[in-house]
Design a protein around this ligand. Sequence first.
Ligand code: MN
Length: 362
Amino acid sequence: MTLPRAYIPGFAALADACLQLAGRPDRRVVLYPHVQADGDALGSSLGLALLLERLDIAVDIVTGEEVPDKLGFLPTASRILVHDGSDAAPGAAVVERQALAIGIDCPAGERLGARRQLYEAAPQKAIIDHHISDLAPAPLVIVNSRAAAVCEIITWFLFYLECRLGLDLSDIDIATCLMAGLMTDTGRFSFSNTSSRTFSAAALLLRQPVATQQLASRLFDAVTPAKLRFIGETAQGAELRHDGRFILSTLEADVMTAVGGVETDLEGLVALLRDVEGVDLAVLLREMPNGDVRGNVRSSELVDAQSFARAFGGGGHLRAAGFTVHGRPLGLLQEEIFALADLVFAQLDAARTGGPATGPEP
Ligand SMILES: [Mn+2]
């Protein structure tokens, strides 16, 4: 296996910063996954924590909310500290002893929610992310938007450390956590973000006897009663436009309240919309209890989901992106989304009919 060269400067700087803290339990690395952490954010945080601990580096993980039930099976998930912004929260105590704070699966900032100040108070800060962002390059900013998951980046970091230190650093727990994130963000290795490097990273992890089938069914196949209801509501409310190439559905606050459920019950709903035959752009809106509207965007290779989400202040990946809108009624936002979709499909049609031929030569 060959380490992708582009990673070397960032990994060297990160390893230097971490290794300085070895044997110093009073000087800790603190990991900050994004709010509403998913399988990649939690898997990569747990995997990195376990990896650094093998090198006698003390690590804490601070999340914005309790680990969702669905991900509670991840090895050592119970170690995670929660910080909701109050001084009494268990996670707040890390501020005294954090020597290095690392934002995981996000560019830190707003994506840390109430933990932002805690992160920013650290004497040294790093970021490990795979989203497209405007972050200025810095030695401890490791952002690769071509990586399918942060777990892919962490796996290569593991490999880098093994080569640098001449040690075998993987174990079954590390490999299981990192594989969980790889599977989450690639839809079990089926999304277009899955590259040869993703498979190489998976191969590195499978040096350990990871229970991949069990992992996949826990992450993907399990459907809670709440999720079943959400699937029904999403399908029922779906509106198709532009000859079935655009689809939008909405989950209003009263539905969310009536069904109950948790964040992970909403996973896969926007993918369900995107999977409808003929759809090139899918948007799912849901009203949050505080009146904000969260939008999820998915697209085929013909449409840029990321720039669509950006128009509403969000971001993400080319085919999968999201945004949160504050203080705008759902109906108004819906109209804005339809208007932007009109523009997107008008441009697509113009490129197809009026512009130069883009298809393969006959
Ligand atoms: Mn991710």
